[in-house]
Design a protein. Structure first.
Length: 45
């Protein structure tokens, strides 16, 4: 499954020391539960 997140700096993980942001954290949790996910953080300017 491919998921695209479109948003601002919160989606893009600006300032997050792990570089994941909320979208990355959510997808990492889903992958640990066995879901096959590819996710893309798309940043709007």
């Amino acid at each position: 499954m491919r998921i695209c997140f479109v948003g601002d700096s919160f989606v893009n993980s600006t300032g997050d020391p792990t570089g994941l942001g909320w979208a990355g954290r959510m997808c990492c949790e889903a992958m640990q539960r066995g879901y096959d996910i590819t996710y893309y953080n798309l940043f709007l300017i």
